[in-house]
Design a protein around this ligand. Structure first.
Ligand SMILES: NC(=O)c1ccc[n+]([C@@H]2O[C@H](COP(=O)([O-])OP(=O)(O)OC[C@H]3O[C@@H](n4cnc5c(N)ncnc54)[C@H](OP(=O)(O)O)[C@@H]3O)[C@@H](O)[C@H]2O)c1
Length: 256
């Protein structure tokens, strides 16, 4: 995920590679990033904290607090710290970094890896509107980004962070059905995935209600309304809502 942020940032031209410092414990991985992107290889996380105005923490959630506690004293007074760790709250981040720090909690999703991510941005009270605008612009380099209040993180996990898994299951199921109808599997995945991507684009680009777009596909007495009737009988929409309620409840339980 850190590499997706790095790649998006450089591709956008907003920041030159020479202005970026990267550290990971594996010197080989940092050297590979230096060779690929031209960024500066830092020798420690503290070096990054000293050099940067904006520090991204892209380590696993279970070590986020520890890693940030270790760099806290190296940060500059006005530095902004951006965490992408799932489930690590602004309060936990402030306890690691100090309650006088500008901190932003974000939640990207895996489509960021193909420049189609969706990221939630949650600043603490010390972050300025200009800082928020900068960070939104950075995450928009590889997809979309929206500012949300911290309690909205659980719906974000349900509708964005975890959502690619349900969509992949839907694509797989549609492709299985196409194979049942005699289509070769590789072609079936292509048709199914393109149908999902195109439909999503129609929602985003036409601004029409999804129900209206569905109605446009359903000719009277046609094939589509037959499928819609079966999906309603099998509880398709209720299943999605129940699944997401379970996901949001788990996210909430894990953050306590
Ligand atoms: N993947 C997702 O879909 C997703 C979505 C939303 C949020 N996130 C969040 O993104 C974060 C990273 O997840 P990921 O899937 O990208 O994990 P990942 O591929 O394992 O990357 C973790 C990175 O952290 C580096 N690292 C480990 N210990 C470190 C330390 N002490 N100091 C500095 N760097 C250190 C690793 O370096 P080496 O390369 O040297 O091992 C590696 O580059 C997590 O907090 C996760 O919650 C992920």
């Amino acid at each position: 995920m850190g590499k997706a942020i790095l790649g998006g940032l450089i591709a956008s031209g907003q920041v030159q590679p020479g202005q970026i410092w990267v550290y990971t414990p594996s010197a080989d991985n940092v050297a590979a990033l230096h060779d690929e992107f031209g960024i500066n290889a830092a020798e420690s996380a503290q070096d990054v904290a000293q050099a940067a105005d904006i520090v991204f923490s892209a380590v696993k959630p279970n070590i986020t607090v520890k890693v940030l506690s270790e760099v806290a004293s190296s940060l500059n007074k006005e530095s902004l710290v951006v965490s992408i760790a799932a489930g690590v709250t602004l309060d936990q981040l402030a306890r690691a970094l100090g309650h006088d720090r500008k901190i932003i909690r974000t939640m990207p999703n895996t489509p960021s890896l193909v420049n189609a991510g969706m990221t939630s941005i949650t600043p603490n009270a010390l972050v300025t509107p200009e800082d928020v605008a900068d960070i939104v612009a950075i995450f928009r380099c590889f997809g979309e980004a929206e500012v949300v209040a911290e309690p909205m993180i659980h719906p974000v996990v349900g509708v964005s962070g975890s959502a690619p898994a349900y969509v992949f299951m839907f694509i797989e199921a549609m492709a299985d059905a196409a194979v049942l109808g005699g289509m070769p599997r590789a072609q079936a995945y292509k048709f199914a995935a393109q149908a999902v991507m195109g439909s999503a684009k129609m929602v985003l680009e036409t601004g029409k209600h999804p129900g209206e777009l569905k109605d446009m596909v359903c000719s009277p007495g046609g094939t589509t309304i037959e499928a819609v009737k079966v999906l309603e009988e099998k509880g398709f929409r209720a299943a999605v809502i129940d699944a997401m309620q379970a996901c949001m409840a788990k996210s909430e339980a894990m953050s306590k």
